[in-house]
Design a protein around this ligand. Structure first.
Ligand code: ATP
Length: 371
């Protein structure tokens, strides 16, 4: 049973601030994913948790222990890395048991029993006598997971463990990691730059940028209610459209179109479900965010009413399960995810509707969501 607390955690490398004052509690048994672009500080955060880096400031707690300065070997966490970190000259079994044997804390019988159990859980019995060179990438990663499991750690710390696998195997291993977590219920912190991996694996997802936490929420809340423009654009593929608008009298206006915002003139409330607050008569700039699937060709969604505008099709991209339509109005360009097999050509004029409940507004200066 392990909760992990990060309090005002900071890490500097010379003049680079890799982790810039993070406060976060990871619940016991939780699968928490940290996602963000390259260089945002994800791996450094994980390495601080493992004790592979020393914090410049702040505190790391595991349950009621302060482990900020504790040696890695005394933290009882198990790391799984992208490059597997297996010893090439050792068999799968030796790779799994090496750490246990050198720690000297287990009898040979205990070690054998744990290897048997891990082999069953991970379906790796037939890999135990092979060396890494005779294994595929997915098999090597299973052995690396086996090595983590046998130690029965308080937490798993995983740094992009699937990034060396091909796309199909990655999807398969994602499902296996979810199953493994359901079975072991060990607190897990998982780092990735891949937002799909983050959304499918994480019970909660932390979005990081520039060493800071941008939002921590369940995948669906991140998707539906991004708290700022960074999260809105990072989560979701194809990315959310962002259009500079002027907001006046409850309407988002851009050269060539007007989109009514929900419930003008009322108080702020729950984002997405309650009206966007609008001070009557107050005219100001904003950034309108609309996911491509929340724009519709009017003929496909007659129930969205008359609040439509006309756009010109630039190009279309068939994605199989939908048609991505790149279009423009004046100098605004955006994408619409339409029904597959919709017949459209470059230069066609289309009538576009949007669902007022699914619009987002962001402050053009700070990027914060304004609901
Ligand atoms: P990636 O996805 O590319 O691995 P990341 O989000 O994991 O990126 P980190 O590896 O944590 O990012 O790096 C955060 C910042 O700290 C980067 O600017 C990086 O260059 C810097 N950094 C990381 N480790 C060191 C180090 N040992 N010495 C100096 N700077 C470092």
């Amino acid at each position: 049973m392990t909760t992990i607390q990060l309090q005002n955690l900071r890490k500097e490398f010379d003049d680079v601030v890799a982790v810039d004052g993070i406060d976060l509690t990871i619940e016991d048994g939780e699968f928490l994913v940290i996602v963000g672009p390259s260089g945002c500080g994800k791996s450094t955060t994980l390495r601080l948790l493992a004790g592979l880096e020393q914090a410049t400031a702040g505190r790391i707690g595991m349950d009621d222990r302060d482990v900020t300065s504790t040696e890695p070997k005394n933290r009882n966490v198990a790391m799984v890395f992208q490059n597997y970190a297996l010893y090439p000259h050792m068999t799968g079994r030796r790779n799994i048991t090496f750490g246990m044997k050198s720690a000297g804390a287990f009898t040979d019988d205990e070690i054998d029993q744990r290897v048997e159990e891990a082999a069953k859980t991970l379906d790796i019995a037939d890999l135990l006598d092979r060396k890494p060179e005779a294994m595929s990438g997915g098999e090597r990663q299973r052995i690396a997971l086996g090595r983590a499991i046998v130690r029965d750690p308080d937490a798993f710390l995983m740094d992009e463990p699937l990034s060396n696998l091909d796309a199909k195997l990655r999807i398969q291993m994602r499902a296996e990691l979810t199953r493994l977590h359901a079975e072991l219920e060990t607190t897990t912190v998982y780092v990735t730059h891949d937002q799909t991996e983050a959304m499918t694996l994480g019970e909660r997802v932390v979005v990081m940028n520039d060493g800071r936490l941008m939002q921590v929420d369940s995948p669906q809340v991140l998707y539906d209610f991004p708290e700022n423009r960074f999260v809105a654009e990072f989560i979701g593929d194809p990315a959310m459209n962002m259009i500079d608008v002027t907001v006046e009298d409850g309407t988002a206006i851009h050269d060539g179109f007007e989109i009514p915002l929900p419930g003008a003139g009322t108080d702020a409330g729950t984002p997405g479900t309650d009206p966007i607050p609008e001070r009557s008569g107050d005219r100001h700039d904003a950034v309108l965010g609309v996911r491509p699937e929340d724009f519709y060709l009017a003929q496909e969604s007659p129930d969205l009413g008359d609040a439509t505008f006309t756009a010109t099709v630039d190009v279309t991209e068939p994605l199989g399960d939908s048609l991505l339509v790149h279009c423009s109005v004046g100098d605004a360009v955006f994408k619409i995810q339409a029904e597959p097999r919709t017949e459209l050509q470059s230069g066609d004029e289309i009538t576009v509707a949007s669902d007022p409940e699914r619009l987002h507004l962001f402050d053009p200066e700070t990027g914060e969501a304004r609901y």
